[in-house]
Design a binder for this molecule. Structure first.
Ligand code: SAM
Length: 297
């Protein structure tokens, strides 16, 4: 046992095991989070060290509150798209500088992959990007124009020079400042007018006016987005149902971002309700790893 654990190792490990069984966090990370909470309450930690073995300290109100605080922290950390702190901003800063400076292709490529690993949604896909890409083009063909709503960092993975070489306009939209900065930098590499980046909030009625288009898009994608925006007001959801696109690919995730639970049935129901409300019909099904969805026309 390390010398500096604030409370006895066996207590910490038991609680960490419980947290890790429920939330998508490793036992080591749960242990570190617990140690931090107890270290932040030295009087309680001291009392626990003295009384543990003589009485059941896990029944104390302040002990339980400390564990609850830790659980909450773990949960909120898992809900974030980016790690806490300024590491994400530093990575985006460096990507912008590299792209603007004399081309160093290897470093740009490293940073592109690091950015994909930074956002939870693209990180979740990292092990199955090859499968994702294959299934995507099998199902969607080669769209000449594509609108990616709630894109996150995903456009950084689009094979503009490979299977997606027929895509002459990819409009990527999100409210997320970091994704917008990284993608705007990337757009300089992809080529003028080919990757167009729009920062907008879907709850704002005029967001579609910000989207440069020449008629309906061949394809719109909302990857792991419908369950998120489903909480927006009715008119915002209706605007999404009426996206100016011939076909729409909507996906959800079978695994929760936070808990170790299967949420596929719940997410499917949300996607199906959305499709019903859009008046479109399902023309294909998508699956790659934990991600599943529907192509609608
Ligand atoms: C679960 S992530 C999916 C990201 C990306 N589509 C992917 O699959 O890699 C949801 C994305 O939707 C964006 N988003 C959520 N609510 C939004 C809103 N009201 N307006 C614009 N973007 C929103 C978030 O910023 C986030 O990037």
């Amino acid at each position: 046992m390390p010398e500096d654990w604030p409370i006895p190792d066996e207590l910490l490990r038991k609680e960490a095991g419980r947290i890790s069984a429920r939330y998508r966090v490793s036992a080591e990370d749960a242990l570190a989070a617990l140690a931090e909470v107890f270290a932040g309450n030295p009087k309680l930690a001291d009392r626990i060290r003295r009384r543990h073995g003589h009485e059941d300290v896990t029944r104390w109100h302040d002990y339980r509150e400390a564990v609850k605080k830790c659980r909450k922290q773990v949960y909120y950390d898992l809900r974030r798209y980016y790690p806490e702190g300024d590491s994400a901003d530093r990575l985006v800063d460096e990507f912008e500088r590299e792209v603007a400076g004399p081309a160093r292709a290897a470093r740009v490529e490293e940073l592109r992959l690091a950015l994909l690993g930074l956002h939870t949604s693209t990180r979740e896909r990292s092990a199955q990007y090859a499968e994702f890409t294959e299934r995507f083009f099998e199902l969607a063909g080669s769209p000449a124009t594509l609108l990616d709503v709630g894109c996150g960092m995903h456009p950084l993975s689009y094979p503009f020079e490979g299977a997606g070489s027929a895509t002459r306009r990819y409009v990527a939209l999100d409210k997320d400042r970091r994704a917008i900065r990284a993608l705007s930098a990337y757009a300089r590499l992809v080529g003028p007018g080919r990757l167009v980046v729009v920062r907008a909030r879907l709850e704002e009625p005029g967001w579609l006016d910000e989207v440069p288009s020449t008629g309906a898009f061949d394809l719109a994608v909302m990857l792991k987005v419908v369950p998120v925006v489903n909480r927006l007001d009715r008119s915002a959801v209706q605007r999404l149902q009426g996206l100016p696109a011939r076909r729409i690919l909507l996906t959800g995730s079978a695994g929760s971002m936070t808990r170790r639970e299967d949420i596929e049935a719940r997410e499917r129901a949300v996607l199906q309700r959305f499709i019903e409300g859009s008046g479109r019909r399902v023309v294909g099904e998508f699956r790659a790893g934990d991600e599943f969805g529907y192509l609608v026309e």
